[in-house]
Structure formats: C-alpha cells, structure tokens
Design a protein around this ligand. Structure first.
Ligand SMILES: Cc1cc2nc3c(=O)[nH]c(=O)nc-3n(C[C@H](O)[C@H](O)[C@H](O)COP(=O)(O)OP(=O)(O)OC[C@H]3O[C@@H](n4cnc5c(N)ncnc54)[C@H](O)[C@@H]3O)c2cc1C
Length: 421
C-alpha cells in the first residue's frame, strides 16, 4: 500500500505502470511536473512480473528512447544485439537478408527479456524520487470537469485529481470506455507460443523470421547458442504444442523451421498468448489520452508493439515539456488532439503493415505463394528498398523527438524536433 496522501492534486496521473506507463513517468521526472503513477499489480510485480516470459525485440529507436530516459546503460548488459535478420517463406525458395550496415548502426535492434527490462525501469523509478508511485491501485472510476479529471480506486479509497490523465493501462483497458474513447478490435485466430531454445550452432547474432501457413516463426538471438522463440500458430494448436513432451515439441519445431539454426536441443517452459488487434483512432479527449497498448495492440509478427508505445512516450513527453514551459493547458482537447494527429500516421502504418504481413503470409490461395517468393527475392537484391523498410521498422524514419534521438528532455528551453531520414 502506498504511503502517499490520498486526495492528492497532480499535474499528470498515469494509469498503468507497465513498460510504457513507467517509461513515460521516468521521461517526465526531470520536468518539475507533479506526476503520479498508478499500477494495479503489487509493487514487486511491476512493471511486469518476473514470470513474464515474453522476450522483446527493441528497435534502434527504442534503444535511443531508453538512452534518453537514462535507462539504457542498465538495459544494455541484459540485451543481446541483432546484427542480421534472415527472412524466409516455408515451402518456397524466397529469402531476404537484412544487415545492420543498411542502417549504419551497430545493431538492427536488441533482444531483452520483458522481466529484465521491467526490473531496470522499476529500480529507476524507485531511485528517481519525484514520481508518486501508487501500488496496488486499481483505478475504476474517472470523471472530468472543465479544469481537471478525478480518478478513483474504490478498493483502496484513493482519489486523485489531475490536469491530465494518461491511460497506459494496456490492451484490455477498461478506462478507455469511461473516457468515451472507442476502440476497433479484431481477434486473430492465432496464438503465439514463446519459449527459449538451445541450439547446436552458434548464431553470430543472426535472427530469423520464417513465414509458415500457420503463422510466422521468429528466432531472436540471446546470449550463448540460445534463441527466444515466438511461434505463431492457429489458436487451437498453440496450447497443444505447448503441452507436448519436450522431445516431441523440439522435433515439430525442427520440422517446421528446418536446420538453418542447427539442431534444437532443449526448450524452457512454454507459454501461449492469444493475439488480437486493437486500434483507437482518436486516442484523446478532454483531460485524457491513451498511449501504448491502451491505444494500439498489434500482432507481434514484426515485434513493433512496445517500440510504437515508446515512440508515443517520446512524442508526448516532448510536447508536455514544451506546453509546461509555455504554461499551456496540458489537458486541453487542442493540445491532446495535436499529439494524436502527430502519432496517427506512424501508428496506422505499423498496424496496417503487421496486419498485412499476417494476411499475406498466412494465405494459401494459388499464386499468392509465388508472388511472395518473387517479392522476397526482389527485396533481397534491392538495398535501397531494404534500407527504407529498415529505417521505418527500426524507428529511424520521420520526425524524431529528442528522446528518440537519445537525448534527455531539456528542462528549460523549448526544443523543436528535427526531421531525420
Ligand atoms: C508474445 C508477445 C511478444 C511481443 N514481442 C514484442 C517485441 O518483440 N517487440 C515489441 O516492441 N513488442 C512486443 N510485444 C508487445 C509488447 O509486449 C507490448 O506492446 C507492451 O508490453 C505494452 O506495454 P503497455 O505498458 O502499453 O501495456 P501493458 O504491458 O499491458 O501494461 C499495462 C499496465 O496497466 C496496469 N493496469 C491495467 N488496468 C489498470 C487499472 N485500471 N488501474 C491501474 N493499473 C492498471 C496493468 O496491471 C499493467 O501493468 C509482444 C507482445 C506479446 C504478447
């Protein structure tokens, strides 16, 4: 239970202390705003419990944002870099190879266990000392007046006011509706099975993405001859594969993936996540804005969900810094609508790109396989197209806010973002 005074008045209340909400709180901490972070889970379980078996691919842009909020130096020793990516289509000869030299950076991205990243952010939150962290605090009621929002946690009788409420309460947000933010949702008839596999071959920081008719299969390099596996499967098959004896599971994986990564020798505990798409086209209203999974949930095929959420953090934090400095109303519809408009293009592109990949590669209509094959082979011999694609998926394209350039927010002067790429 928090020791903070109930009925506190804040500039900003962030609801949801997952990876995105916590990152936003950390980004805001130097600005001199009164910020509260509310998290439903208990202190030891936030931002994500140690049992969370997701392994995340962070793109270069996310690395920069973590650098900007001062967390990268703690994350880097826990992260495994991706130097190259091999993309293939099962049953066809089409392949594409992508290399870090195409973006001129030391890595295409990094692989980091979700619970390790969470632990770093949680430790930083504890030491920064300026964010009031309420946990466990399940926010279940919100109301809005002209000048403020009121958020309440009935179980703990906590009531806070804020000029702005940021919803970072995840893809199953119950508060979006209370603020009147409509979501378009689509369930995929797929689930993703995650585990860590040991192989007979050294991977040399090479990642694999193999498209199969059941769904994409990704192998992300970890320390040693180990990969994080994310295997998308038809929803009814994923739990069956997860419960098979290890040797049979490994044989099925070998059959599906082939031997490019060597022989699969062992697998850790397997976990299954159902998949869905959520889009909140208008993610803001008077006094409230949704970010991260509360604003968009996508298929993990291209590993973009958290990357997009961190980019929300970078954009919103920079705008809040400028509005605070200029004494504008940070909860006004005009301010929040401008933020949403700035993020909408990238969000829509990433949602369409990931959804399109799933539909294109899970399609066995005659002729589609041939087109995919030609497409992958053409892409392989077209470095300019690969470069453009990579700059987009690694978070290097478009207008880059300060944090996405690895720079902390400036606490005094207003700093315009620069175009990049
Ligand atoms: C299998 C899998 C693999 C993935 N791989 C990648 C990848 O490689 N790269 C990538 O970029 N993304 C990936 N993602 C997506 C990524 O995990 C998410 O986009 C990201 O974790 C979302 O973070 P969030 O903080 O927005 O939401 P969440 O992690 O859902 O956090 C929301 C938080 O809000 C709290 N909360 C909810 N309701 C309330 C309430 N009423 N009051 C108070 N607190 C509340 C919850 O307890 C939770 O802590 C993957 C996802 C899955 C499932």
């Amino acid at each position: 239970m928090s020791t903070k005074a109930a009925n506190g008045a804040y500039d900003i209340v962030v609801i949801g202390g997952g990876l995105v909400g916590t990152s936003l709180a950390l980004a805001l901490h130097p600005l001199g705003l009164r910020v509260a972070l509310l998290e439903a889970a208990t202190g030891d379980n936030t931002p994500a419990p140690a049992t969370d078996q997701r392994t995340l691919a962070l793109n270069w842009g996310s690395r920069q944002i973590l650098e900007g909020i001062g967390a990268w130096c703690q994350v880097e020793p826990l992260a495994s870099p991706i130097h190259r990516l091999h993309v293939s289509d099962a049953g066809h000869s089409g392949i594409t190879r992508l290399d870090r030299t195409l973006i001129g950076q030391s890595a295409l991205g990094y692989v980091v266990p979700a619970h390790s990243l969470s632990a770093v952010l949680a430790a930083q939150l504890k030491t920064c000392g300026t964010i009031d962290h309420y946990t466990p605090a399940i926010c279940d009621q919100v109301s809005v007046t002209d000048t403020q929002a009121v958020v309440r946690c009935s179980a703990t009788e906590l009531s806070l006011t804020a000029r702005l409420v940021v919803l970072a309460d995840g893809g199953r947000s119950t508060l979006r509706q209370q603020f009147g933010l409509d979501a378009c949702e689509k369930a995929y008839d797929q689930a993703v099975l995650v585990t860590t596999v040991l192989t007979s071959k050294v991977h040399g920081q090479l990642a694999f993405e193999r498209f199969t008719l059941g769904g994409p299969l990704a192998l992300l390099p970890l320390a040693g001859p180990r990969f994080a596996l994310a295997w998308t499967l038809p929803a009814d098959q994923a739990p069956v594969l997860a419960s098979l004896p290890e040797s049979i599971f490994l044989a099925k994986l070998q059959h599906c993936f082939g031997d490019r990564a060597g022989t699969f020798l062992s697998a850790t505990a397997r976990h299954v996540f159902p998949l869905h798409l959520t889009d909140v086209p208008n993610a803001a209203t008077e006094r409230a804005v949704a970010i991260g999974n509360a604003a968009h949930v996508m298929h993990p095929v291209a590993g973009q969900g958290l990357n997009l959420g961190l980019r929300d953090v970078a954009e919103l934090a920079e705008r809040l810094q400028a509005a605070h400095h200029e004494e504008h109303d940070i909860g006004s519809t005009a301010f929040l609508t401008a933020y949403v408009a700035a993020r909408r293009g990238q969000t829509r592109r990433v949602l369409s790109f990931t959804d399109g990949l799933v539909r294109l590669f899970s399609n066995n209509v005659p002729g589609v396989g041939l087109v995919r094959n030609i497409g992958l082979n053409l892409l392989d011999i077209a470095p300019p197209i690969k470069r453009t694609l990579l700059r987009r998926t690694t978070g290097l394209a478009g207008r880059l806010p300060r944090l996405a350039r690895g720079l902390p927010l400036q606490t005094h002067a207003k700093t315009p973002a620069v175009p990049h790429g």
